[in-house]
Design a protein. Structure first.
Length: 137
């Protein structure tokens, strides 16, 4: 794993930890923001209860923090193939990451900084490239 990737993951963990300290469980705020950015996802997820929503958000956190490229690729392959069967599309993943970043940034307040922006940009870009490898439409 590259030094930059290691630093980016550490930076993202730092931002997530601060947001959790300040905001507690951000699941509800995250889904409100996600459904605002991606109303199509609300329809796809209408059968999903709060427990499953929490597990799904935990999986997003896990993906953001996966240091191993092979493990990340397997995770993305499994998740994209599974979610494709429910009607998920590539743009939904982009909006999902944007929603989480937005909530974390809002809760972090004045502690959010340019280094965090850069780390999130690079990490999300890499994850979306991995998602693109599985021909999401």
């Amino acid at each position: 794993m590259s030094d930059q990737r290691t630093r980016d993951i550490g930076t993202i963990v730092e931002s997530l930890e601060l947001a959790a300290e300040r905001g507690g469980d951000l699941t509800q705020a995250f889904y409100e923001e996600y459904f605002r950015l991606c109303p199509d996802s609300r329809d796809l997820m209408k059968h999903v209860d709060e427990h499953v929503q929490g597990r799904m958000l935990a999986s997003v956190h896990e993906l953001l923090m996966l240091p191993d490229s092979d493990e990340q690729a397997r995770f993305i392959a499994f998740e994209t193939q599974t979610h494709r069967s429910y009607g998920a599309r590539r743009y939904m993943y982009d909006r999902l990451f944007r929603a989480l970043r937005s909530v974390v940034r809002d809760v972090s307040g004045d502690d959010w900084n340019p280094a965090w922006d850069d780390a999130w940009d690079r990490r999300v870009e890499a994850l979306l490239e991995g998602i693109d490898d599985y021909a999401m439409v």
